[in-house]
Design a protein around this ligand. Sequence first.
Ligand SMILES: *Cc1c(COP(=O)(O)O)cnc(C)c1O
Length: 389
Amino acid sequence: MTTNKNWRMETVAIHAGKEIDPTTGAVMPPLHLSTTYERKADGSYHSGFSYIRGDNPTRRSLEDALCSLEGGVCAATFASGMAAIMSVFQALRPGDHVLIPDDIYFGTRVMIDKLFTPWGLSSERVDMTDLDGVRAAIRPNTRLIWIETPSNPLLKITDIAATAAIAHAAGAILACDSTWPSPALQQTLAQGADLAIHATTKYLGGHSDLLGGAVIARQNSPFFDTVRMIQQTGGAVPSPFDCWLLLRGIRTLPYRMRGHCANAQRVAEYLSRHPQIEKVHYPGLPSHPGHAIAARQMSGFGGMLSIQLREDALRTGEQNARRMANRTQLFVQATSLGGVESLIEHRASIEGAVTNAPANLLRLSVGLEHVDDLIADLEQALADVVGLE
Ligand SMILES: *Cc1c(COP(=O)(O)O)cnc(C)c1O
């Protein structure tokens, strides 16, 4: 179905990439597991599909849906968020220079350091909230600026339109890892980014039961053609079943995001008043340094927040953070984010030695449970932290 450009996000999410199956009349798209497609006597194919890795109907529906959601013209989906990210860096050439955020997602940082630096890519980490610093870091061979907003785990907000202008003035591409806001909260391409990248494992899937990634482009370009070639030739593609699950998750994305935002706002406000909490990082709080930009470029502040715990007479902030994560009952102590269930994690110990996360920081993925139950859970976990033994 071609989506109507006047449709709101809720309508797009339900109808994108979907059409009545012409052979059976099925209202919901079937799952196509076939790896191969019959070739006719004249050499042509029934509907253009020949082999599963190159393209298949379930993946095509998903890519169409992602284009509609993100307002792009083409999308390539991958077996993981990291495979999607890798395709963008692989589409560059040895000798190219890229600017990356100082608080870049640690998996992407490890990939650049271990894989792309030895391959010949030069990269420079900059504070993307300092636009003069971004401008000053541009070199003649800068081909790409990579941003993530809100960032992980400090929820720093980067001005997409302003960094796009800097990139374009330098003849570079702006790529934005938009995993955290999802297309429901941030229309990344409409604000000037050339590529929106998603770990669809997170909010787009929404149920912590699939792994996937996507690159969505604002326009056709030789750069995107290379991303597509890497997808089809490299073969790090999602299975049809994962595409189908993802399409199922997408139908409820806008409603889920609304619930995540409302719950996270309440949790952030509660925690910012708690004496045991030193700092709450959530762009929905007016005290957050990126609040004004976030209010302009996002339609909601998202379901992710980080907190830093105070030290007290008994323990350091890190000890209190680890204790709190061990004591929540509803918030599951686990990595990842974006599912219907709430998660809490001590980020520094997940990331290991290369971490930039403060030792007393916990990252919360606020789920869709009743917010009063979530706050009660945090309250009892913190009461135990403060309590004397
Ligand atoms: C999870 C995540 C990734 C990596 O995605 P995978 O699907 O785990 O490979 C990349 N960027 C961000 C911001 C993420 O949260």
